[in-house]
Design a protein around this ligand. Structure first.
Ligand code: GDP
Length: 264
């Protein structure tokens, strides 16, 4: 009997499902798969593709320290354990996005969301609007998760990293402009969604209409513009950090590893 119990114990400790998970989200073509592949290659000896096709088990690269382990030394089993995490790639294609949002509604072990965007594509309206619509929906899902929580303390925070990728391209917007452009575009999405609701709400009573509007309005009330820092009110930090997975001069993903380290 003992060996079985031991086996189960070890399985539970090592079970990949217990590892902190980061979701890779964003429009297709942003570089999610490229980042996943890079991560897998970086820690080649320790990673493996798990049974779920889009999940890989990864290890924080050398030189990055999980925030929970600042006082531990390398070689300490707890330190080594804290460096392990899962990266879950989600399909960016519009019809498959429910995949990502379903995971948001019921997140087990989701430690953070990495929203990838192509910083060159957001320099154009089409790319910017597509990214903004997707981002709006992700942030609204997080807001609803917070406001719908049963406990007064609110659910555990799920921070968001907006990874402005492809900075090696000379047409790419620098991260601070990516941030401003996205905030503006998300404001527009918010406005047009509210209008859509109002237009479709003919059958609803005025009161229901109001409640529904409030629930679906991202960020603070009022007609002003949306800013990412409004998400802090609903327990979600949103930061924009630049990098590039590929490019002539090699990769630069240090900012993103730093952010992941802070969450581990
Ligand atoms: P996904 O749809 O988000 O998974 O995007 P992919 O990872 O498939 O990348 C889409 C395209 O962008 C591919 O052709 C990649 O080679 C390219 N790509 C990804 N990251 C970068 C980058 O940092 N710089 C450049 N120049 N191209 C990139």
């Amino acid at each position: 009997l003992l060996p079985i119990a031991l086996h189960q114990f070890i399985y539970r400790v090592q079970s990949p499902t217990a590892l902190p998970t980061f979701l890779l989200i964003g429009p297709s073509g942003a570089g999610k798969t490229a980042f996943l592949t890079l991560t897998e290659r970086n820690s080649a000896a320790q990673t493996h593709t798990s049974t779920a096709p889009l999940t890989i088990q990864a290890l924080l690269p050398e030189g990055f320290v999980p925030s929970s382990s600042h006082y531990r030394s390398a070689g300490d089993p707890a330190y080594e354990r804290a460096r392990r995490f899962l990266l879950l790639d989600t399909p960016g294609h519009g019809k498959l996005r429910h995949f990502a949002t379903a995971r948001l509604v019921n997140p087990s072990n989701v430690r953070g969301i990495i929203f990838f965007i192509d910083a060159a594509s957001v320099a154009e309206d089409t790319g910017l609007n597509e990214a903004a619509e997707y981002l709006h929906d992700v942030l609204l899902a997080l807001q609803k998760r917070y406001t719908g929580a049963k406990t007064s303390k609110g659910p555990k925070e799920i921070p968001v990293l907006i990874a402005a990728n492809k900075l090696d391209l000379f047409t790419a917007l620098p991260p601070h402009l990516v941030k401003i452009s996205l905030e503006k575009a998300v404001s527009e999405v918010r406005k047009s969604r509210a209008k859509g609701l109002k237009d479709s709400g003919v059958a609803m009573g005025a009161e229901e209409d109001m409640v529904d509007e409030e629930r679906n309005w991202l960020g603070e009330g009022g007609e002003g513009s949306f800013e990412f820092r409004q998400m802090e009110e609903v327990g979600t930090s949103v930061v924009v950090k630049g990098g590039n997975v590929l490019g002539g001069d090699g990769t630069d993903v240090k900012n993103w590893w730093d952010w992941i380290s802070e969450q581990l």
